[in-house]
Design a protein around this ligand. Structure first.
Ligand code: PLP
Length: 448
């Protein structure tokens, strides 16, 4: 019998999902989500009501004095880990030239590439989960009473307690950096399982901070299994589970409330007449999923969230399109999960995200690796902003939306054509500021 994937042969899946054939041929696609729903349908999903991003926001505020002290680069922002919002008109002009078409609307970049502490979007989710764990242990152990200043976390008595706990995480690089740096700073025994995609400089940096780095010659899913197994053997161990963690998810979601403030300050209007399109690079789905949840909570039906994946690693798209979520992997369909976008090199999506907020995602598009390097250079030349390859994936969003027949159909069906000239396009830049100059130089001169 022919091999089956979740009860169907590949040919049967191809018949059911028309985009599967071009995806298996590694072509770029644009997928509009047929399950996309208006926000008033949120009540149908009671599990969403249980997700409390205000709690995560309050926690980050409680820790702000500690963060400001330990990471002086955050002092000017009162210990908040936040990134700039930048208008990028020169880049917009170059992209418009490339596609022979005007954007009609403004292009912005959310520079999570320049988040303090670890230079990637993981500074939101990863750090929130570590702080939550530290807070829980501190309360359980009687170290902290209500009303105490969180500066107390910077003391030997806290560090001695935390040193009895180990913090384990699996990563393609950036999650390991955020959990590793924050965990080691608080005094946890921190162990990072790196997949084969992880860059050498990230491993070196973590080791220099006293983090144990375990290197795997296998992809992300295998590194997750190994990390989870290690953590299970030790009752004093906490595994940061990128495939199912709500603490990560909510740490990302908080960004939406802060973005609304930045929009206000810049006098950028978001409402039904002024739609917001957000383009989010996607690996396992936690970061773009948490952001989508937050953005939908704040901006409702005025925001459209699209995920961006490499043509070689369209894990979330496969999971959503087949409805199987973590039940399928890109390798099942002969796709190799080998991409220069190391932050997105994930073959199997989160079980949590598709199930939880699948109906809030407007669509998913894929992007060829070569274009990431083209845009990396273009953004550097036009705006002097330097990103890592993964972080450029979002730039294919406006292009696919405005030129792909499926993108144009999405705009028509959602009655967006008439409002496009007052739209804001926001590309979420997810990493890059900590890339060593010599590695960035290689990216910049990359020949595809
Ligand atoms: C982790 C990461 C993403 C995607 O986040 P997921 O939670 O894996 O979907 C995107 N870009 C960069 C640079 C990342 O490190």
């Amino acid at each position: 019998m022919e091999q089956q994937i979740a009860g169907k042969t590949i040919a049967q899946w191809q018949e059911k999902c028309s985009l599967l054939t071009p995806m298996m041929a590694l072509q770029e696609v644009f997928w509009a989500n047929p399950a996309y729903e208006a926000t008033e349908q949120r009540e149908k999903h009671p599990e969403l009501g249980k997700l409390n991003m205000d709690e995560a926001e309050a926690r980050l505020l409680r820790f702000a004095p500690y963060i400001a002290k330990k990471f002086p680069e955050t002092e000017a922002f009162g210990g908040l880990i936040e990134s700039p919002l930048k208008k990028i008109p020169q880049m917009q002009r170059e992209l418009e030239k490339g596609m022979n078409k005007d954007f009609t609307g403004s292009l912005y970049l959310k520079c999570d590439s320049h988040l303090p502490i670890c230079g990637s979007i993981k500074a939101r989710g990863g750090i929130h989960e570590v702080l939550r764990l530290a807070e829980t242990i501190a309360v359980e152990q009687g170290l902290l009473s209500p009303g105490d200043s969180y500066l107390a976390f910077d003391s030997d008595s806290f560090r001695t307690v935390f040193s009895k706990y180990s913090l384990v995480v699996s990563s393609t690089g950036n999650l390991g950096m955020s959990v590793g740096i924050m965990g080691a700073t608080l005094g946890f025994k921190t162990i990072v399982h790196m997949s084969l995609d992880a860059k050498q400089w990230k491993k070196d940096l973590l080791r220099s901070k006293g983090v144990t780095v375990v290197e795997h010659q296998d992809d992300y899913s295998a590194a997750v299994l190994a990390g989870r197994r290690e953590a299970e053997q030790d009752p004093h161990s906490h595994f940061v589970d990128d495939e199912q963690s709500l603490d990560l998810f909510l740490g990302y979601a908080v960004a939406a409330k802060r973005l609304a403030k930045q929009f206000q300050k810049e006098q950028i209007v978001v409402d039904r007449q002024h739609p917001l399109f957000v383009y989010l690079p996607c690996g396992v789905g936690g970061a773009p999923g948490g952001l989508t949840f937050g953005l939908k909570s704040v901006f409702g039906d005025s925001v459209y969230c699209f995920f961006a994946e490499p043509t070689h690693a369209p894990a979330m798209l496969l999971g959503m399109m087949t409805g199987q979520h973590s039940g399928v992997s890109v390798q099942d369909f002969g796709i190799d999960n080998r991409t220069a976008a190391d932050g997105l090199a994930v073959g199997r999506p989160s079980a949590l995200v598709g199930n939880l907020i699948g109906h809030e995602i407007s669509g998913i598009f894929t992007v060829e690796d070569g274009k990431l390097f083209e845009w990396l250079k273009l953004l550097a030349d036009t705006e002097s902003i330097y990103l890592e390859p993964s972080a450029l994936a979002g730039f294919n969003g406006p292009l696919r939306l405005l030129t792909d027949p499926a993108g144009q159909r999405f705009l028509r069906e959602n009655d967006l054509i008439g409002r496009l000239n007052q739209a804001t396009h926001l590309v979420w830049a997810t990493g890059g500021s900590m890339v060593p100059p010599e590695v960035m130089n290689e990216f910049y001169h990359h020949q595809s």
